[in-house]
Design a protein around this ligand. Sequence first.
Ligand SMILES: Cc1cc2nc3c(=O)[nH]c(=O)nc-3n(C[C@H](O)[C@H](O)[C@H](O)COP(=O)(O)OP(=O)(O)OC[C@H]3O[C@@H](n4cnc5c(N)ncnc54)[C@H](O)[C@@H]3O)c2cc1C
Length: 469
Amino acid sequence: MTTAYDAIIIGTGQAGPSLAARLANAGKKVAVIERKFFGGTCVNNGCIPTKTMVASAYAAHMARRSADYGVQVGGLVTVDMKQVKARKDRVSSQSRTGLEGWLKGTKNITVYAGQARFESPHEISLGKERLTAMQIFINVGGRAVVPRMPGIDQVPYLTNSSMMNVDFLPRHLVIVGGSYVGLEFGQMFRRFGSEVTIIEMSSRLISREDEDVSVTVREILEAEGIRVRLNAKCIAASKRGDDIAVSVDCTAGAPEITGSHLLLAVGRRPNTDDLGLDKAGVEADQRGYIVVDDQLRTSVPGIWALGDCNGRGAFTHTSYNDYEIVAANLLDGDSRRVSDRIQAYALYVDPPLGRAGWTEAQVLNSGRRALVGKRPMTRVARAVEKGETQGFMKIVVDEDSKEILGAAIFGTGGDEVIHCILDVMYAKVPYTTLQRAMHIHPTVSELVPTILGELKPLAEAKVGTGSAA
Ligand SMILES: Cc1cc2nc3c(=O)[nH]c(=O)nc-3n(C[C@H](O)[C@H](O)[C@H](O)COP(=O)(O)OP(=O)(O)OC[C@H]3O[C@@H](n4cnc5c(N)ncnc54)[C@H](O)[C@@H]3O)c2cc1C
């Protein structure tokens, strides 16, 4: 049976549902196809559940630190993992069912369950059914990579998806991958009470960030008792009775780490291998990311790709921004582009890292004349009052245009404070506008103007050290 639509949306990640609603409200007949859980990664095994669990971990951490604040909690602080999971499931499922109900209740939208595959540029198969449309929007997201490390097929392992079913405390969680996902799970499970070891192939954690960020995050994690093994060049896994041994071949330390559970957090790959892209002639790169232009059009007219599957972003907000760009172009006569957006994201360890624009190293490598300002959180009154003084704030400015090039706010409230800098970057006004703004006391943000009043030439400033002073 073939049904004709004006538009078909494959996947209900962070772009598809909102686009479906906009198109439907514009009078188009829209089909939405989802093969698993409504809301995709963010809602079911990404941002929402992990940040809900980070909140539980923070509560445990603060309960253990209660005496620092003169508060007596009494007794050993323990975590009920079944309740942590139940809380996480509640928050996640509220979002999932809310989305499903909204889509199914929206006029002009028909929701299909199943695996969508292209049969031709304008035809999608869904089991025995066929759907056709002149406009097709791909929002299929991605999944965890399982690295081809020796022995991986011989041992049980967890990914960010199966971690969502963990309702017990792993005795010793060994995490392969010292980037965003691995660090969040690592700190969280340490705070729940597990022993945690993080194994990273490169010479520092989150190596895409500046070295001072890598050094500081390592200090924070190690201070909580997490073991970090860097330069692990030949990672392999094997069974050791009921345990799992991971050989690391590091330049120093024990050659093997034995833990009760193994989490693989080494990156993600797009869900494009089972989509029949070849039948539609849609071009993908060597890693499977769909090639798109600045307005998210694929190589085939009438087909767009949004979200993680186009390789132009790896966040909920980049996927949602993709929706805004496509909707603006198709429905509003507003030619928004991917290149208009400024890189921004957060790492949700505690304290969080808020990032916008370029790193200090990227600015240095660009050869621009630049200024940098930096302040440790120990010199931020609000952080001192809260007893959360780990981290630093850093802002890099173009000396000639006076525009802000990038910032890292790594400290309490960093995921929120970064937005006052990001918005000034979007406004393309000189940094002096922000320097002269009167901010509220006592906040972390009140020190942003102060930092901008203390800028030094970047080349002369101490670069790439762990010292925030
Ligand atoms: C552990 C973890 C934590 C994260 N934390 C954050 C965070 O704090 N902040 C942030 O911004 N980002 C975070 N992310 C990233 C964020 O979750 C993703 O960038 C975001 O969900 C991307 O959404 P998307 O729209 O590309 O697609 P997805 O959300 O991946 O959804 C794609 C949907 O398409 C469906 N699908 C796939 N193929 C087909 C098919 N052939 N037919 C039918 N349906 C199909 C899938 O079932 C899925 O529902 C995190 C990711 C992980 C893994």
